[in-house]
Design a protein around this ligand. Structure first.
Ligand code: F6R
Length: 247
């Protein structure tokens, strides 16, 4: 595991974008596993900037997103499909038909999960998986629990996650209670993983994930078992790790 330290959010975003652009340049038809949330927005902005300067080409890139709220249509401005169009897809030359996100409107959970697992497999797996981390240690919507969920599944969101995401909705009652998420096995099968973290609110989760016991109570702790993980985090997110002299 490599830990790249950044002084602030902007530097974190630039360093993370560097790793993603290296992947795109090395393999122009790479399969990128993408994340939503506030943390990767700066990374996507930087990629768009390099695309506009002619340094990056997304023409053959394929992407699979980690998750989507269940019950939200793709044109709802809080859906992750909308987020991806708004923050990346509409600004680069990725082909829309090469971008995959779970279908939040599919009510047949089993059907949607197996359809999505099949997509990931048929693309040949994920080359680079981008992850954020929840302040409870979740990755994707794999919430703390008794066991590591393997593949795409439907999740009942925890109170903690609903509260953390309420800032994006008119009020907390509008936050969906369920989501589709790829599982720990889908994530761990990615050839490489890039986790981004920024801010003091992530310090505890990041410390436990990287240096605590490997346990489903901290889903991100499983990343300790992956042989190609890069962490790009700012000083605030790394504060507990530094305080405990782990780096
Ligand atoms: C989003 C996702 C989530 C977020 C996490 C952190 O697709 O999978 O696991 O990465 O909730 O969110 P932010 O970046 O908003 O703190």
């Amino acid at each position: 595991m490599r830990i790249y330290q950044a002084k602030d959010y902007n530097e974190m975003s630039r360093k993370a974008a560097n790793i993603i652009s290296a992947q795109i340049i090395m393999k122009p038809d790479a399969v990128l596993g993408l994340a939503t949330g506030s943390t990767p927005i700066g990374t996507y902005k930087q990629l768009i900037d390099w695309y506009n300067k002619g340094d990056l080409d997304f023409a053959d890139i394929r992407s699979v997103n980690l998750d989507e709220y269940k019950g939200l249509p793709a044109d709802n401005d809080q859906s992750y499909a909308y987020f991806m169009r708004n923050n990346l897809f509409d600004h680069v030359n990725i082909k829309k038909e090469n971008t995959y996100i779970p279908n939040g409107l599919e009510t047949d959970t089993e059907l949607e999960c197996s359809r999505y697992n099949h997509i990931i497999r048929s693309l040949g797996g994920i080359d680079l998986q981008l992850l954020g981390i929840g302040n409870n240690g979740h990755i994707g919507f794999n919430e703390p629990g008794e066991a590591f969920e393997k593949e795409t599944h439907c999740v009942k969101l925890t109170e903690n996650t609903i509260q953390a995401n309420a800032r994006f909705f008119e009020n907390i009652d509008y936050v969906p209670k369920y989501a589709y998420s790829t599982g720990i096995k889908n994530i761990m099968q990615a050839k490489s993983i890039l986790l981004v973290a920024s801010g003091k609110s992530k310090a505890d989760a990041l410390y436990k994930a990287l240096f605590g016991p490997i346990t489903p109570a901290v889903p991100a702790s499983i990343l300790q078992l992956h042989n190609n993980v890069s962490i790009v985090a700012d000083e605030d997110a790394l504060s507990l790790i530094k305080e405990n002299q782990c780096i």
